[in-house]
Design a binder for this molecule. Structure first.
Ligand SMILES: [Zn+2]
Length: 161
């Protein structure tokens, strides 16, 4: 409740699509449980939105993307309307893009290995079935968390929630 109210009162400049808001809240709750600070990054954004501007083709459609300004700074997280065709796809794509930005994944971890940070995912269903474990890996293997532990010198605990 605190998170929701603090976002709505202080984040008037960041436009968030209502369909992505619950996923963003869930993502931020997990950030909090790992002690990852997302506030500064969040307020640098203009929008987290569902858009119809990403490439759609038979071979490959872009389901999500970080949009940058001319200085190369991320200003928006764009999710394709196509990702909405299935709730599990939307959730995976949203967490993938959130992780690129908030967890500082500047690259992907593999081409198609059935993880959230794969370049492509042939089966969103496999990820959905293994969701809690997938999210745990996403956070625990993230550059943001590794950086945090390197900075604080704290011991990395694999049994964190
Ligand atoms: Zn990606």
């Amino acid at each position: 409740m605190f998170l929701i109210s603090s976002l709505t009162t202080s984040a008037q400049d960041v436009h968030i699509d209502g369909r992505l808001q619950p996923l963003l809240n869930e993502f931020f709750e997990i950030c909090k449980s790992y002690g990852i600070d997302y506030h500064d990054q969040f307020f640098k954004l203009e929008s987290i939105d569902i858009v119809n501007t990403l490439t759609v083709s038979e071979e490959a459609s872009t389901l999500g993307m970080l949009r940058r300004n001319s200085n190369g700074e991320v200003i928006a997280i764009d999710i394709s309307w196509m990702a909405q065709l299935d709730a599990e796809i939307l959730k995976t794509v949203a967490f993938h893009e959130f992780a690129h930005y908030f967890l500082e994944y500047s690259t992907h971890i593999c081409d198609d290995c059935g993880k959230i940070m794969s370049v492509v995912n042939s089966s969103y269903f496999d990820i959905a079935r293994d969701w809690d474990n997938q999210v745990k890996l996403l956070f625990e293997e993230s550059p943001a968390l590794k950086k945090k532990y390197a900075l604080t010198g704290l011991t990395y605990r694999l049994n964190k929630p």
